[in-house]
Design a protein around this ligand. Structure first.
Ligand code: SF4
Ligand code: MG
Length: 340
């Protein structure tokens, strides 16, 4: 079942001068119950704007967000169904409240438990699910008495309290010690399976994106430049930007050859970027052009359209927004064949 569907989402912010700044441009995707979709990109790619729109904190300039196949779900119903785990477990919990308070409040507010013994039991059960035991001891504590990893477990428990359908995880481990990152990601993965959650995993880390998601979308300056099955996108990146990201993260499982090739791409890109910095106007072409070592005449003239890469031109849905794959329109691979 489709838990969350986003259609043509465009997000703009007003600027003091000139046209509004377009942070996200025509984003579409769907996310099923039990699926993890990774949204990958560096800062400024638009990831945070997407999350704000999905949390209903900003109103998109255009586009639809459908929940369980329905348009226009808002207010308390939406806030219950779509929960977020924030990046910073040190800022997302209120230092003056106990852990018990943090968990009890959403349970009561969404009617998931009644005051008293029922809420006591529900708080204990949430803590058990995120492996914080003995629950009674943890519940009495305040955030500063817990480690970063423990706090993030509390934040996850709090997000689970209203029994959401969709969990948005905004770089959930990037502020934690490296040694506990996998534990937290494994916990999220386990809870997703157990509760049949739809999980949007926002990260700049390709290795964990590959490991924990079935599908990856790579964003660059507000656009999805590549998307497809996680293994394909990471092991055989098509868009020059994804190739750069993969080169910067050799732990993704790329071969030595791929890393070497990507290093060359990176060096070329740096030279190109330096040259382009002296030029002010990028113009109407591809947004990645100033950093792209493969830029052609055409790339300066028109924005590229989504193309399937030739090597993978089957039905996997691997697409790159790049003129390099001009000969293989994405629609050719996905269009249904008419029976004779
Ligand atoms: Fe590079 Fe051109 Fe592809 Fe853009 S469209 S990524 S500039 S080759
Ligand atoms: Mg961010």
């Amino acid at each position: 079942m489709t838990a969350l569907e986003v259609r043509d989402l465009t997000i703009e912010y007003p600027q003091a001068h000139g046209r509004p700044f377009r942070a996200v441009h025509d984003l579409s995707f769907s996310l099923h119950a039990g699926q993890t979709l990774a949204l990958v990109g560096e800062s400024g790619s638009g990831k945070s704007s997407v999350l704000k729109a999905l949390s209903r904190l900003v109103r998109p300039a255009r586009g639809e967000i459908l929940l369980g196949g329905r348009e226009g779900v808002r207010g308390t119903e939406y806030r219950r169904a779509v929960q977020m785990v924030f990046q910073d477990p040190f800022a997302s919990l209120n230092p003056s409240h106990t852990i018990d308070h943090h968990l009890r409040r959403p349970l009561l507010a969404t009617g998931r438990a009644r005051r008293g013994a029922e809420a006591d039991a529900a708080v204990a059960e949430l803590l058990r699910q995120v492996n914080l035991t003995p629950a009674a001891d943890v519940a009495r504590k305040r955030p500063h008495e817990l480690s970063g990893g423990q706090r993030q477990r509390v934040a996850i428990a709090r997000a689970l309290a209203p029994q959401p359908d969709v969990l948005l995880a905004d770089e959930p481990v990037s502020m934690l010690d490296v040694s506990i990152r996998l534990e937290i990601l494994n916990l999220l993965d386990h809870l997703k399976r157990e509760r049949d959650l739809a999980l949007l995993y926002v990260t700049h880390d390709l290795a964990t994106a590959r490991h924990f998601s079935s599908e990856i979308m790579v964003m660059y300056r507000g656009e999805v430049v590549e998307r497809g099955p996680s293994d394909e996108v990471i092991l055989s990146p098509k868009h020059p930007y994804t190739q750069l990201l993969a080169a910067a993260a050799p732990s993704t499982g790329a071969t030595r050859e791929q890393v070497r090739a990507a290093r060359q791409v990176r060096l070329a890109a740096r030279a190109q970027r330096d040259a382009e910095r002296r030029e002010v106007v990028v113009g109407d072409g591809c947004r990645f052009r100033p950093r792209c070592p493969f830029a052609m005449e055409k790339c300066t003239q028109r924005p590229p359209e989504a193309r399937i890469s030739p090597a993978d031109g089957t039905s996997s849905g691997h697409r790159a927004l790049c003129w390099l794959y001009e000969d293989t329109p994405a629609t050719a691979a996905t269009a249904p064949t008419v029976p004779p």
